[in-house]
Design a protein around this ligand. Structure first.
Ligand code: APR
Length: 178
């Protein structure tokens, strides 16, 4: 699927029309990618987030990007990893689907994701990658928009896990391997 790709980078530098923020339910900022996005976007982002009244885990909210290169930020609180028996996979899949539905509804063509819940929230990377890729690939098969989706990994190790997972499940043939 040439509409999806995996790369290593800092999502705050992304030129995608929308970047996704691995937020918390208050939407009032935090550490990790949340902290990086708020630092790069500037105070207007927090001011807009304050008007949203929070967001449930697995849901998504759209704001402006302000001083970010991205025009929009899609904020989604991922699940905290509690060992896998508390519905974490379904909630994580819902994060990806909610962001993609919101992007489609706003005619957004390109969306970059970080690896939601795999930092502070402790979701094991390989298990998160399987959930994330299935949610993204299932959505792209059913929808024309977004035109392009990328997974922006913060380290080569994370990207390798995503690439291995992708190649195991989605590479049409060895030439299609990332
Ligand atoms: N660009 C891309 N990916 C990043 C960046 C960045 N600039 N910074 C961190 N990451 C990666 C991390 O390496 C991790 O793989 O994003 C992934 C998600 O990690 P976190 O940012 O810790 O998010 P999460 O695990 O979902 O925890 C969310 O942390 O920051 C707080 O307010 C946030 O309470 C919420 C919680």
């Amino acid at each position: 699927m040439d509409r999806f790709s995996i790369l290593v980078g800092d999502i705050t530098k992304s030129g995608a029309e929308a970047i996704v923020n691995a937020a918390n339910t208050t939407l009032l900022g935090g550490s990790g990618v949340d902290g990086a996005i708020h630092r790069a976007a500037g105070p207007e982002l927090l001011a807009e987030c304050r008007t949203l009244g929070g967001c449930e885990t697995g849901q998504a909210r759209l704001t402006g990007g302000y001083r970010l290169p991205a025009k929009y930020v899609l904020h989604t609180p991922g699940p905290v990893w509690r060992g896998g028996g508390a519905g974490e996979a379904a909630l994580l899949a819902s994060c990806y689907r909610s962001c993609l539905l919101l992007a489609e509804a706003h005619g957004i063509e390109t969306v970059d994701f970080p690896s939601i819940s795999t930092g502070v929230y402790g979701y094991p990377m390989a298990q998160a990658a399987a959930v994330a890729l299935k949610a993204i690939m299932d959505f792209l098969r059913e929808h024309e928009l977004p035109r392009r989706v990328r997974m922006v990994c913060h380290s080569p190790e994370a990207a390798e896990i995503y690439r291995q997972t992708y190649n195991m499940w989605y590479a049409e043939d060895k030439d299609g391997r990332l």
